[in-house]
Design a protein around this ligand. Sequence first.
Ligand SMILES: Nc1ncnc2c1ncn2[C@@H]1O[C@H](COP(=O)(O)OP(=O)(O)OP(=O)(O)O)[C@@H](O)[C@H]1O
Ligand SMILES: [Mg+2]
Length: 221
Amino acid sequence: MRLSQLGISSEFVRSVSDTYTAQAMIMTDKDNNQITAFHPGAMMQAHKTKIEKRADIQLGIISPDGRDAMLEHAEQFKHADIPFVFDPGQGLPMFDGKELMHFIHLSTWVTVNDYEGKMLCDRTGLSSAELSRHVKGLIVTLGANGCEVWVDGQKTLVPPVKAREVVDPTGCGDAWRGALLFGLEKGWSLDKCAALGNEVGARKIAQRGPQNYQVSDLHIG
Ligand SMILES: Nc1ncnc2c1ncn2[C@@H]1O[C@H](COP(=O)(O)OP(=O)(O)OP(=O)(O)O)[C@@H](O)[C@H]1O
Ligand SMILES: [Mg+2]
């Protein structure tokens, strides 16, 4: 319903009538300590949806999902010649260094936040500079400090946009990735995608809730 109101196709959304949707309850205190309770529910069946080559699909993203779905969808994207972003997020701890390197070799870009970036380097034994040589680019988002874009071993710091107000950080990472996919689809450089990501992330943090921000008045050059 919400997707159709936003003009987004739900063609590939699988409906599982006898299982709950995945749910997370996250309690955060004022020092940013978090306790999370997660029920995967229908997410554990995500691998039943297969990715096939289609002329109208030019780009994909592998974000946290069921373990099998992440592994299989990455293979299917590669097989279908669809470039994709590897965005392991909170799913990262499910994979060892060898599996993470395999994802990186299949993918075209990698995005992580600061914490995930450190874990990715620890598990693969490679630095951000080294990892970036296996893909077209690695981006590490840095919260209020913007993000770093690594291409071919070289780092560019893309500065943050000052938020009008800091209300709720939940969903900043997803907001940033929405801008990334928008820019990649238009063929923009990673730096330009990242700059838009920082704009959208700053918009998001000024609103309560992960999807209640507006981008309709953003100037997109
Ligand atoms: N305080 C802030 N001020 C301005 N921009 C911010 C702020 N916090 C986050 N952002 C923007 O959002 C982007 C993503 O934020 P962050 O690195 O915190 O992602 P994350 O930890 O994955 O977030 P999430 O909680 O959604 O998983 C940053 O790169 C930045 O552009
Ligand atoms: Mg995140």
